[in-house]
Design a protein around this ligand. Structure first.
Ligand SMILES: [Zn+2]
Ligand SMILES: [Zn+2]
Length: 129
């Protein structure tokens, strides 16, 4: 049985949740984990990681942008059941993620811990922050 990355790394998360689905490689920013942990504590509901680390091949396959923070282990796309996405957004902003993408139709948030100025977008539309 392949249990690679099945390591609990915080109260709520295991390393395997962040691994690249194609190759099981993983990079994870401690700041990203800390903020997700904080968010998880605020919303009191399980956070499902749709996409964490991506190797460049996988990033290309899923149509991610070339400079994606997913390839640096600094981004996660998250889904939470039975919560309004705008409510989740409110808490994500409070926690201080510096990049936030709001995807209403697919019901997920992209969250990252990019350095420098903050960015907030809805679908393909840049809103600012
Ligand atoms: Zn991969
Ligand atoms: Zn993303």
């Amino acid at each position: 049985m392949n249990k690679i990355n099945h390591i609990k790394i915080s109260r709520f998360f295991s390393l395997c949740e962040f691994e690249c689905p194609c190759c099981k490689r993983v990079m994870l920013s401690p700041e990203l984990l800390l903020k997700l942990e904080h968010l998880r504590g605020l919303i009191k509901k399980p956070i499902y990681i749709n996409s964490g680390y991506r190797c460049s091949e996988y990033n290309q396959k899923v149509g991610g942008i070339k400079s994606s923070y997913h390839m640096l282990g600094m981004a996660a796309d998250i889904h939470v059941q039975d919560i309004f996405l705008s409510y989740l957004l409110f808490f994500a902003q409070r926690v201080g993620f510096t990049g936030i993408g709001f995807y209403e139709k697919k019901n997920f948030l992209h969250l990252d811990v990019r350095p420098g100025s903050k960015r907030f977008w809805k679908g393909r539309e840049l809103i600012g922050y």
